[in-house]
Design a protein around this ligand. Structure first.
Ligand code: GDP
Ligand code: MG
Length: 162
């Protein structure tokens, strides 16, 4: 069975951009509008000989109502069904209460989780990542999804630790 990798995080952190990179398609919706991807979206990807399934999710804002609640529910379901969770946070926006809420859920599930600090382009990586250690999920990976930076290193790491 190919491992299932779920991309989770609050809206606008770059999940769909990373999904597109990982599946080499333009399939997932990428937009400036927060939370455009309402449903889970599945794609297939490959690094070297390693195949994987990647799941894009709509995002969790932490104050869900109506459609947002459905979106968050889908995200939590995707986390629970995945072998690996890539928990994306936004280096430009910094640590938010929604990030902390998601981290709390992930710490409780004991799911194999990587905190992926995205949008590192133009920033000092040490400075940009330091506050995210507070999430209590261990080592951080830094990427710039729009610049295709850090993604191969991230995926080597993720797939080799399976
Ligand atoms: P999602 O809501 O988590 O799926 O986020 P999207 O993938 O739709 O991206 C939200 C916005 O962040 C878009 O305007 C992206 O172009 C932008 N974005 C994504 N990754 C990066 C990155 O590495 N650097 C910068 N500067 N912007 C990014
Ligand atoms: Mg999206």
């Amino acid at each position: 069975m190919n491992p299932v990798i779920a991309l989770v995080g609050r809206p606008n952190v770059g999940k769909s951009t990373l999904f597109n990179r990982l599946t080499r398609t333009r399939d997932a919706l990428v937009a400036d509008l927060a939370g455009l991807t309402r449903d889970r979206k599945f794609g297939a990807g490959k690094v070297g000989e390693r195949d994987y399934i990647v799941v894009d999710t709509g995002g969790i804002s932490g104050m869900e109502q109506g459609l947002d609640a459905k979106m968050a529910e889908q995200s939590f379901q995707a986390m629970d069904e995945a072998d690996i969770v890539l928990f994306l946070v936004d280096a430009r926006a910094g640590l938010t209460s929604a990030d902390k809420m998601i981290a709390q859920h992930l710490r409780a599930t004991e799911k194999k989780t990587y905190v992926v600090v995205n949008k590192i382009d133009g920033l000092n990586p040490d400075v940009a990542t330091s506050e995210f250690y507070e999430l209590g999920l261990g080592e951080l990976q830094t990427i710039a999804a729009t610049h295709n930076r850090g993604i191969n290193v991230l995926m080597d790491h993720v797939l080799n630790e399976l």
